[in-house]
Design a protein around this ligand. Structure first.
Ligand SMILES: Cc1cc2nc3c(=O)[nH]c(=O)nc-3n(C[C@H](O)[C@H](O)[C@H](O)COP(=O)(O)O)c2cc1C
Length: 176
């Protein structure tokens, strides 16, 4: 069985997981922009990862637009965000990005990333500044919101190699 890891990463968190996964499986990790769908015909397992941006998975268009071409392949997705990844949040992300029918043919993992304001591009910095203002004007912040606010001053990194374990096990199980 031949597998490939494809990823879109803005500030490095997804990239870290993509490289860990590729290393563990001894396969290639390539950026979404460096991949053409026709090159994927040689692979039977496609692992795609992208960061969460307002609930959307960065770069997921490559998979969404080509579901017909990728039919029959083993598609495993992972998304990386700053949030702790509670079940209801993960379900909401899954539902926002894929229909129930599409979900049946793929497996989705949430791997917690982090947040690094300094590494963001101008547009994302502006969006996050707006959120910061909103949070600063909110009276009773949740624990998550307080954590988010603190992360503007000091980058947070929740990545752990151990988090890829279930994804790796699934790929290995499918290989047998
Ligand atoms: C504009 C913006 C929106 C974001 N939206 C979410 C979100 O909806 N859920 C979440 O968990 N994290 C969110 N984040 C945090 C990123 O998903 C997180 O930093 C992730 O690890 C980034 O991975 P990357 O740097 O590899 O793209 C957001 C960050 C930015 C800048």
């Amino acid at each position: 069985m031949k597998a490939i890891v494809i990823y879109s990463s803005k500030t490095g968190f997804v990239e870290k997981y993509a490289k860990w996964i590729a290393d563990e499986l001894s396969v290639k990790a390539v950026r979404t922009n460096d991949v053409k769908v026709k090159d994927l015909k040689d692979y039977d397992t496609i692992i795609f990862g992208g960061g969460l941006y307002a609930g959307g998975i960065n770069g997921i268009k490559l998979i969404k637009k080509n579901l017909d071409t990728l039919k029959g392949k083993n598609i495993i997705l992972f998304a990386t965000g700053a949030s702790p990844g509670r079940t209801e949040e993960i379900d909401a992300v899954w539902d926002k990005n894929f229909t129930k029918k599409e979900q049946k043919n793929m497996t989705f993992f949430y791997l917690r990333g982090g947040f690094n304001y300094d590494k963001l591009n101008m547009k994302d910095k502006m969006l996050m500044k707006l959120l910061k203002k909103k949070l600063q004007n909110t009276k009773d912040l949740t624990e998550d919101e307080e954590g988010m606010l603190a992360a503007y001053d000091e980058p947070v990194d929740f990545t752990e190699r151990e988090n890829i374990r279930d994804l790796i096990d699934l790929v290995r199980k499918n290989r047998k």
